[in-house]
Design a protein around this ligand. Structure first.
Ligand code: GDP
Length: 208
């Protein structure tokens, strides 16, 4: 378990969005300043921490990362054990007893969003379908998340200019309609990654 450093606030935040949009790499860039070329679909849930100083306060952000569609498939129970809080373990156990997909999905989803004050909703600017699915993710947030949750919309892979399918203006427009913060990022080139997380953390801090 992570040693608890001194901090004034602890915020739980979550990463959501379709598979392979770059969630894990955004997280490892922000938390560890690393980038990985291989795709490692996240099975189950992992989280990382990073401390940020806002004024004279130290904010500890706990950032959860899970797979998108992978949440619908079988959960790797052993990888779970090392990472998750007790309530999730209990729910997963109940889950395994009932063995119904819809129940499993709800249990995981509920635990994932429980207590989260912020969400980073990520799409891939080179795959339009991941942008179209943003609405689906917003629906899920509305169903399971706190109504006051701070949501930052992130168009990732901005370094892949030649492969772009989603224009910057499309992201901006959607963010305006849905009243979200918006940024394009590149986890690979380390563009705006810090800003995206800091915007989310700062906004939560102002509301809290
Ligand atoms: P996740 O499933 O959403 O967590 O996505 P991953 O972080 O595993 O990334 C999926 C793939 O996209 C991997 O091959 C990454 O190396 C790649 N990737 C992630 N972010 C970027 C980025 O900003 N630019 C480029 N070019 N590739 C990226």
């Amino acid at each position: 378990h992570m040693a608890d450093e001194e901090c004034d606030y602890l915020f739980k935040t979550v990463l959501i969005g379709d598979s392979a949009v770059g969630k894990s790499n955004l997280l490892s860039r922000f938390a560890k300043d690393e980038f990985h070329l291989d795709t490692k679909p996240t099975i189950g849930v992992e989280f990382a921490y990073r401390n940020t100083k806002l004024g004279d306060k130290i904010i500890k952000a706990q950032i959860w990362d899970t797979a998108g569609q992978e949440r619908y498939v079988q959960i790797n129970f052993s990888s779970f054990l090392s990472f998750l809080h007790l309530h999730i373990l209990l729910e997963t156990t109940i889950n395994n007893i009932f063995e119904t997909d819809s129940y499993r999905f709800r249990a995981i989803t509920n635990s994932y969003y429980r207590g989260a004050l912020g969400a980073m909703l990520v799409y891939d600017i080179t795959r339009n379908e991941t942008f179209e699915n943003v609405r689906k993710w917003l629906q899920e947030l509305r169903e399971f998340g706190d109504p006051d949750m701070v949501i930052v919309l992130v168009g990732n892979k901005s370094d892949l200019v030649d492969l772009r399918e989603v224009e910057v203006e499309d992201g901006q427009k959607l963010a305006e309609v849905e009243k979200l913060c918006f940024l394009e990022t590149s986890a690979k080139e380390n563009l705006n990654v810090e800003d995206a997380f800091l915007q989310m953390i700062t906004k939560i801090y102002k509301i809290a």
